[in-house]
Design a protein around this ligand. Structure first.
Ligand code: NAD
Length: 328
């Protein structure tokens, strides 16, 4: 089975690639090759199958077609400009997040056999804010350009699936914590920073009140969901290719308590409240909770770990590499 990961050099792309290399198969079938595509060619990796690492622009149809050669069975489309950056730079967000997805559809429809396409949409494609607990059929009313681009991409992938050009599963990911490395340009960057930076012994700022709730998931679970979406039977989805996976709703205060129980009060003391109206204006519109019944009961997506387990997972999987990367 040939697999392509677009955005394969990013946070979740690298984790998915490492997991595929560890397992060597997907849905009981051996992986025969993996293509990793990103703005800069991702570094070579050890795997029991050949890995091609390509640099290119997901909005360039020819470069995307080269990353999705005939015989590709699964495409995981993660390449994107993140929320605050897409809000700050309208042209860039539209080019990568919308036109990039159009280029992916174009490349897929040229294949002899329609591939499975796993697309990462986002909680940011919804509105509703702190009070919301959204049902599976809630309308997507994004309050930012990133969310609008993700919702538009979902709709186009759904239509391409109906036409038999590809077979899409769009996962509306929660905010994934704990993100390793450095703070990034996502408006939700602070949700990881308030856990990661103290674990590195560094101070960090909390731009929202402690009662602020966020819909989250762990990177381990996000990768489990990708693997499930890459191999699942899509017949039960019908026309509705958008899935709200079972994340967890947690207040910032609960996250800080979990940090304290794992790493002690000195870790929590490194988090200083510094209100930031610009960040709150973006993340304040995102819904804090979903029922996620369809994903849980009908489609077999796995549940979240506890907050303590999520923090422990970061310590086990990413703390040492983050220290090394940042020269700490
Ligand atoms: N991490 C989260 O909390 C979260 C939450 C909701 C949705 N998502 C979505 O999940 C996906 C993966 O997220 P991530 O955290 O790994 O993001 P990431 O930013 O770490 O990875 C995305 C990758 O896309 C690449 N990219 C950007 N522009 C490109 C272009 N023009 N051509 C080719 N590649 C390009 C980037 O270089 C990056 O490596 C993204 O689509 C993101 O929008 C993530």
């Amino acid at each position: 089975m040939q697999i392509t990961i677009l955005g394969g050099g990013g946070f979740l792309g690298r984790k998915l690639a490492a997991r595929l290399a560890r397992e060597g198969s997907l849905g009981g079938e051996a992986i025969s090759g993996l293509t990793l595509f990103d703005l800069h060619a991702p570094p070579a990796m050890e795997a029991p199958f050949p890995v091609r690492c390509l640099g290119g622009d997901v909005a360039d149809p020819e470069q995307v077609a080269a990353a999705i050669p005939d015989g590709t069975r699964v495409v995981v489309h993660l390449a994107a400009v993140v929320s605050a950056q897409a809000e700050a730079d309208y042209e860039l967000g539209m080019r990568v997040n919308l036109h990039g997805t159009l280029a992916v559809i174009e490349a897929c429809r040229r294949l002899a056999t329609p591939p499975r396409v796993v697309f990462t949409s986002s909680v940011a494609s919804f509105g509703g804010g702190q009070e919301a607990r959204l049902e599976d059929d809630a309308r997507q009313l994004p309050g930012n350009s990133y969310g609008a681009e993700k919702a538009a991409a979902e709709l186009l992938l759904q239509d391409a699936s109906r036409r038999g050009m590809l077979d899409a599963v769009s996962l509306r990911l929660p905010t994934v914590i704990v993100r390793p490395g450095r703070p990034n340009k996502a408006a939700s960057s602070f949700v990881s920073a308030i856990l990661r930076e103290p674990l590195l012994g560094l101070p960090t700022e909390l731009p929202v009140p402690e009662e602020f709730a966020v819909w989250i998931c762990s990177p381990r679970r996000a990768v489990d969901w990708f693997l499930h979406a890459m191999a699942m039977d899509t017949a039960p989805l019908g026309l509705d290719r958008g899935i709200n996976p079972p994340g967890r709703s947690a207040t910032v205060g609960k996250m800080l308590s979990a940090l304290e129980s794992v790493a002690g009060p000195e870790a929590r003391a490194l988090v200083k409240p510094v209100p930031d109206a610009a960040v709150e204006a973006i993340v304040g519109g995102w819904p804090a909770s979903f029922t996620a019944e369809r994903a849980r009961r009908l489609l077999g997506f796995s549940e979240q770990e506890s907050l303590e387990e999520i923090i422990q997972g970061f310590i086990e999987d990413d703390l040492a590499a983050t220290r090394a990367e940042r020269g700490l």
